[in-house]
Design a protein around this ligand. Structure first.
Ligand SMILES: [Zn+2]
Length: 453
């Protein structure tokens, strides 16, 4: 019997968290006024033509969900909520391709050097050794997207992942985005191998060190074996809960060791080896938090935490029933054909002039009588309703179908991303449409005070 197993049995009755405050970890806390957040907002404003204020409002609207969950399930969300604004800013950076001209480029030679330094720094990583089976591993790295046929199985990794047999997969675009974000935030590392301490590795790679160490820990801790292990002991831990616990545990350790907290991920001051003695105890806390939620809240929370985590499907711990729902960060997207920008939507003679722009007036109309943002109707075209006076319609994407010779609009998005783009399971990417010459939309500012060019 392992010491872990003993603890879960001995302390079964003790489900309460220790009362003492731990000061072990300095968690990231981000405000809207922080320079790096403001920098990203200014860049997104340039790309989208939206005002600074509109983007700020979207961020604030989007993080409200963390404040709500924080009250119900503090152990899962309180620490994440502290940094929710930064997570939103990072998501916008990814969505709109925000770059910093001086950010280092992802370079595989630099990564090779970094791997050596990581091996020296963490004694469980060189050689890489499983704490459960005591097996040693020579890790294989895969970088995607890749044109190699042998990498086909890993192309869908959007962030990073590890497999049971020791393949570590990293998405190059995601890593580059971390480097851009690190430059914009100005992260500085304390280890001697980083540039600010006179070493060869750019400081922004501190985020990459975090990512590599996080994936190594999934392997050294054999996280995919956990559910089966505990089932044998009579304690049910679902693969989803095991994934979350693994992330909370590893990320706590890495932040405690002084690595820069990633702008996304599962972080909790309540769930870690400083507070609990075993994985099973951590899982109990996650499960009892989860039990406080109703079905709708559970669904929303699965989505939120799934989006924050790295890619666990390749870690073999996925609950098959839930497979499509979890751990997908940025996914398949299809562009929207047309931006319907009120008042460039004209219905010939069917609506009073004052109602011309209303999307609802398009229903049942003969397609020959219609023109949308200067384009004729085509069956199945998708329109982003940019400025409908009805707030329930505005910023949603509709598909305009032809039914019995008449137009039948069908809503295909269910919400709005923090940047204002429509969202339905993140299927739609709205590219900023060229503005019609007659558009009264404000032109984006050419420079923003207080932001580096
Ligand atoms: Zn993970």
């Amino acid at each position: 019997m392992r010491i872990d197993d003993l603890y879960i049995i001995l302390t079964e009755a003790d489900e309460k968290l220790p009362k003492e405050i731990l000061d072990n970890v300095e968690w990231s806390q981000t405000k809207l006024t922080d320079a790096h957040v403001q920098h990203i907002i200014a860049e997104v404003a340039k790309v989208t033509g939206k005002s600074h204020k509109e983007i700020e409002d979207h961020i604030l609207q989007n993080i409200r969900v963390f404040d709500q969950f924080k009250r119900i399930t503090p152990h899962l969300h309180a620490t994440i909520a502290l940094n929710a604004i930064e997570s939103e800013a990072f998501q916008m950076l990814q969505e709109f391709g925000v770059k910093h001209p001086d950010a280092p480029k992802l370079d595989l030679q630099t990564i090779e050097k970094l791997k050596v330094f990581i091996g020296v720094k963490y004694e469980d990583f060189y050689p890489l050794k499983s704490s459960r089976t005591h097996q040693f591993l020579k890790p294989t790295f895969k970088w995607v997207p890749s044109s190699k046929e042998s990498d086909e199985a890993f192309q869908d990794v959007d962030t990073a992942a590890a497999t049971r047999d020791g393949v570590f997969i990293f998405n190059k675009n995601f890593c580059q985005n971390l480097l851009e974000f690190g430059k914009i935030k100005g992260i500085k590392m304390k280890d001697s191998y980083y540039a600010s301490q006179g070493g060869p590795i750019p400081d922004e790679y501190g985020y990459i060190e975090f990512l590599i160490a996080h994936e190594y820990l999934h392997w050294t801790q054999s996280d995919w074996d956990v559910p089966e292990h505990y089932t044998k002991l009579g304690h049910e831990i679902s693969p989803m809960v095991a994934n979350w616990v693994g992330d909370f545990r590893s990320n706590y350790r890495l932040v405690k060791e002084g690595l820069p907290q990633l702008p996304m991920g599962l972080f909790s001051d309540s769930i870690n080896y400083d507070r609990q003695h075993s994985f099973g105890q951590m899982a109990k806390i996650v499960q009892s938090e989860f039990a406080k939620l109703d079905e709708v809240q559970k669904d929303v929370m699965e989505k939120i935490l799934g989006k924050m985590a790295d890619d666990h499907e390749h870690q073999g711990g996925e609950d098959p029933k839930k497979k499509p729902k979890l751990n997908r960060k940025i996914i398949r997207r299809a562009p929207v054909d047309v931006v319907y920008d009120f008042p460039h939507f004209k219905v010939g003679g069917v609506a009073p002039a004052k109602d011309k722009g209303l999307l609802n007036n398009i229903r049942g109309v003969d397609p020959a009588k219609i023109e949308i943002s200067g384009r004729p109707f085509s069956d199945g075209m998708r329109v982003l309703v940019a400025k409908d006076p009805d707030p329930k319609v505005s910023m949603r994407v509709y598909q305009l179908n032809l039914v019995n010779g008449k137009i039948d609009p069908k809503l295909i998005t269910d919400g709005v991303n923090p940047d204002g783009s429509p969202a339905k399971d993140e299927l739609i990417l709205v590219k900023p449409a060229p503005k019609p010459a007659a558009s009264a939309a404000p032109t984006p500012p050419t420079s923003t005070p207080g932001v580096n060019p």
